[in-house]
Design a protein around this ligand. Structure first.
Ligand code: AQP
Length: 335
């Protein structure tokens, strides 16, 4: 069976972007013809400063978000990265396979480091190499992600190819495919349609958090930036209107509709009609999830227990692959 791997950083509260671009699609792939492995990638979160107590909370909250959205820990392997040390071990080997020039081309690093590239952590720079390890440690073949992660999955393929070629280990690491599908592969910031919605964006008004209450969701959509024109009668009319397009994409993804169907329903309507409909839909979809997240968060020990179980199952797959990798590289592990 083909194997799916994907992860989410506990670098803050989950956003609607994480939900539509990633989690909702993780749920869709579960129980189909895939073995699904989903990870709270805490080692990635610490590439930028995280308060230790908040990191523990966010790690459990992302796990709760997965489960509340429909990831079933008995169907999927669900765990946090730090509890499977094989990730960091393979990550080091890949640091020695990947080239500095490859990292220099990563646009997410450029965006995140900005003008401050000398002052960010070395981990932030090497992050895509650890991400390659996350995926290849399980010989995963399918990686559902948002658009922003496409380049990193492509780099994972480059690392796999170079490793296989350098060590004459033909096909040892498989070529993985990014799975980037649906109308919401890149949910944009509500205040600026040229920027992606992020957990760590400056203002809370830029994003919808999965735990926002109904009033907050309504307020954020009401204040979302738009142009004054009504919704167009056809999809072409959205091409130069990034904010309008974003809200249509969000509606389509939440309702499991195509953008065409949304335009067929709302074309010609003003924002005064569309925004409240969008807010109602978002509340309808997110409220049950956030209620369930809160319920799960009342019992952190139970979340830890589920993560521990998941990490045991993850290790069973990871350890033999890591062991073989050490052997291929020529690293001795007597005993
Ligand atoms: N705005 C988005 N639209 C669609 N998909 C998104 N993803 C993130 N933002 C959007 C997808 O969510 C998954 C997990 O991402 P991540 O937590 O590993 O890191 P990220 O992409 O850096 O997410 P954030 O929310 O922007 O976090 P911060 O602010 O901490 O960096 C990925 O599949 C991603 O594509």
């Amino acid at each position: 069976t083909p194997r799916v791997f994907s992860g989410i950083k506990p670098s803050g509260g989950l956003t609607l972007g994480n939900y539509l671009g990633a989690i909702k699609r993780f749920v869709d792939m579960q129980g189909q013809d895939y073995e699904t492995i989903y990870c709270v990638v805490d080692l990635h979160a610490i590439t930028v400063w995280q308060d230790p107590a908040e990191l523990k909370h966010a790690t459990r909250e992302v796990a709760a978000g997965f489960i509340a959205s429909g990831i079933d820990p008995s169907k999927s392997i669900l765990f946090n990265q730090a509890s499977v040390p094989q990730h960091a071990e393979l990550g080091w080997i890949f640091n020695c396979v990947a080239r500095v020039g490859w990292m220099n081309r990563m646009t997410q690093f450029k965006d995140k480091a900005g003008k401050n590239a000398e002052k960010v952590s070395l981990g932030l720079y090497a992050y895509p190499s650890l991400m390659a390890a996350d995926i290849l440690l399980y010989h995963a073949t399918h990686v559902p992600v948002g658009e922003d992660q496409k380049q990193h999955v492509e780099l994972t393929r480059d690392i796999a190819s170079k490793f296989n070629k350098d060590f004459k280990a033909e096909d040892f690491f498989p070529m993985c495919e990014p799975i980037i599908e649906g109308p919401a592969t890149r949910v944009m910031n509500l205040r600026d349609g040229s920027k992606k919605m992020s957990k760590s964006g400056e203002s809370d008004m830029e994003r919808i958090n999965m735990t926002d209450d109904a009033d907050t969701i309504a307020k954020k959509f009401k204040k979302a930036k738009t142009d004054p024109e009504p919704l167009p009668e056809s999809l072409d009319g959205l091409s130069e209107r990034p904010e309008a397009r974003n809200l249509v994409n969000i509606y389509a993804a939440l309702a499991d509709m195509t953008n065409e169907a949304v335009i067929a329903e709302f074309g010609g309507e003003g924002w005064g009609k569309f925004k409240p409909a969008l807010a109602d839909l978002a509340v309808e979809k997110l409220a049950p999830i956030s209620t369930e997240m809160k319920r799960l968060m009342d019992d952190p020990a139970e979340i830890d227990r589920l993560l521990l179980k998941g990490s045991d199952r993850a290790k069973e797959i990871a350890e033999p692959i890591l062991q073989k990798t050490y052997d291929i590289v020529g690293l001795l592990r007597p005993g």
